[in-house]
Ligand binder design. Sequence first.
Ligand code: NOJ
Length: 545
Amino acid sequence: MDDTAAWWRSAVIYQIYPRSFADGNGDGLGDLRGVRAHLDHLAALGVDAVWFNPWYASPQADAGYDVSDYRAIDPVFGSLEEAEELIQEAHALGIKIITDVVPNHCSDQHPWFQEALRTGPGSAARDLFWFRPGRGADGELPPNEWQSIFGGPAWTRTKNPDGTPGEWYLHLFAAEQPDLNWDNPKVREEFEDVLRFWFDRGADGVRIDSAALLLKDRTLADFDQADPPNPHPFEDRDEVHDVYRVWREIADSYPDKRALIGEVWLPDADRFAAYMRPDELHTAFNFAFLGCAWQADALRTVIDETLAVHAPVGAPATWVLSNHDVPRHVTRYGRADTSFTLDYRQLGAYTDRELGLRRSRAALLLNLALPGSVYLYQGEELGLEEVEDIPDELRQDPMFFRTHGANPGRDGCRVPLPWSGSAAPFGFSPADATDSPWLPQPATWADRTVEALAGDPDSMLGLYRRAIALRRTLAVLGDGPMNWLAAPAGVLSFERPGAEPVVCMVNLSEGPVALAPHAEILLTSGPLTAEGELPVDTAVWLRIA
Ligand code: NOJ
């Protein structure tokens, strides 16, 4: 297959967070039955592919990112047979499937880790992880001072098989997520086989969790977290690229090639792009864009940088504004400070919802007009906001617990979707459900259900459907070149050149602006002014010839 025309270069990809999409069996948790009952929503939205957050067997200590069996579906979600049927049903609708592979760590309940605990220090089973004796007279101190990304120490002490205090093991995330030792060939072979397992079942691609963290400095040396050394002891080490070269060979061994999509959070744009060299991953999430403030110059800079770093490696850019780890962008864009970093969540800051919605609508047209592929997070098509008032006793994110509440965590963007009706569970669960949704849905979501929005072409859902459908018909959108056009300060204006060129304008200035010369207005994110000008925080697509 010719990679230049590959589906992932232009796709609109919808992210399903299985526990919050739709609950088919009434236990308050989303499941595969629920997804299968709502495939029509994805078809009506017009997306090309769906990425599923982990659906594997898991104790759910980190909502499925703690996997105990990479080849089984967790019973709370359904069965392997149902997953296979779901993949076929989606394919029949022309929708591709991306599964999530979690290679940096597994669950502490994974048979490998359980065996490692049983067999004790020095065993081959322990070498699949990072077990080390503690420091101090009795080994009572962790092997080093590394901190978990979720807060607290990155080490937990084990008990020996005879019950005495034993070695410690490394976990960059929660204690229930021991890090795997990627220097051990058995770990590599296992994940190569897991990839084939899902590709053989029809997965069209995989999203790779924490893709830059796999390899560690074997000396486990301490370092200054405020000023980490280069290379970093566990982030973005050069050796990690060998892993993805092998994965690429596996993906390429399928006649209809499968996509490798990296979750790579790195500040250095060139180091980020290195993951997408022609013999490595196909694409990676553009977190620089996600974190960018709603500000014309900043956006233009990040767009230019994105295109500039992708070009030499020949990879398509991706455009993403929300996912299951970050506050929803309707909320971010409604704040005085619209920027975001993983350490800067601003939860509880004042939000102007109408402003956030208006900007989110404009951002949709921006994203869908930029060169490359676009990721949508379930619920953004309904204009859902971050839920910031979840009672502490209902929170489930380990980030909340490990920071002792200092960081409220990510539950606020994981609240179950509202489908229909005027009261919770808003059709998320069936009428005879035995349990409430696993997180409470705000009463205000009565006017944000799929049912409430579907009939109105001007609703958020209506705009998503119209924009995605139109994008399919406009040959110049998706992958391909773009040129900036001259525009007033605070206005983004660019052309997608081709036989039938399209111009996208986004007004982030202080007042309405005139439209660029055009033959036809194709779509606007909101009404134009009475004079036919583009209002503030509004975007338009124009046919210019
Ligand atoms: C990144 C995932 O997106 C996040 O949800 C998860 O908690 C961590 N990786 C650990 O797997």
